[in-house]
Design a protein around this ligand. Sequence first.
Ligand SMILES: [Zn+2]
Length: 110
Amino acid sequence: MKWRCTVCGYVHDGDRPPEKCPKCGAPQDKFEQLDDEAAGKIERSRFTNDLLARLIVLTREMAEIAEKGIKDELDPPCVGVFRQAARAAVEVGQAARAEIAVHVGRGKWG
Ligand SMILES: [Zn+2]
């Protein structure tokens, strides 16, 4: 079962709502139980947000590898590939962070 704090939107997983909201301190009676559809949407959002977060971690690793490759400077074509990787890492990382921010703003983080 999922319970949402009607004050701040915090979502609690459990048989009962918490004594008070860990996020805003609202009392237990401010929680409402979510129906199966709403709970399912939150699970879906959590899954997607987790994928986006993992993608951000990978873009950091990609940026590090690209930086090493650019410094290594074996030959111009190789440097070109690493520069391309560095740009892609920044682009994908920023897009993923922006998407998570949109989800959080809409209360889709869960
Ligand atoms: Zn709250």
